[in-house]
Design a protein around this ligand. Structure first.
Ligand code: ZN
Length: 171
């Protein structure tokens, strides 16, 4: 089911999300997030962006993989994800966000991470991610903490974006 994406300015995006428990339906939650992500042609979507304050997000790199065969397709749902290791090595990469349409900025983040999460069947998975996967994971993980990529920009950059952010807020 495609759901409306919550836009910048909503307090929902600033809240801390709750653990997914056995009472939740992670299969349905992941399905809705994947459907909504595909429709929006994005590469990552977190539950709070769908108005659900649960610790879950999905990644689907298809839009990038279609354009560029060098990016292997990666499609995964992450339930109760954790970042358990970060590389000291950091890089800049241009990020955007479906909740902040039209704004793309370089964000500085660790290049590699080690993560732990449950899949939709509650299997515990631990893996090392790098490149695009590590980048999207960190962006989506931040959503579960109420953090947006624009928070990571310099005060000057944020000031320059203020007018455009106000436009998104009032759209
Ligand atoms: Zn985002």
């Amino acid at each position: 089911m495609i759901v409306p994406i919550i836009l910048y300015g909503s307090s929902i995006l600033r809240k801390h999300s709750f653990e997914v428990t056995g009472d939740d339906n992670p299969v349905k939650l992941a399905e809705d997030l994947f459907d909504t992500l595909k429709k929006a042609a994005g590469i990552g979507l977190a539950a709070p962006q769908a108005g659900i304050l649960k610790r879950a997000f999905v990644i689907d790199t298809s839009p990038f993989s279609d354009d560029d065969n060098l990016v292997p397709k990666y499609e995964q749902a992450f339930i109760n994800p954790e970042i358990i290791g970060l590389s000291a090595n950091k890089t800049y990469y241009e990020e955007g966000c479906l909740s902040i349409p039209g704004i793309f900025e370089e964000v500085f983040r660790p290049k590699k991470i080690t993560v732990r999460y449950f899949d939709i069947n509650f299997n515990l998975i631990e893996e090392d991610l790098d490149g695009l996967k590590a980048r999207i994971f960190q962006h989506e993980y931040d959503h579960l903490e109420g953090i947006l990529f624009i928070d990571k920009l310099s005060p000057l950059k944020r000031k320059m974006l203020a007018g455009r952010l106000n436009k998104v807020m009032n759209s």
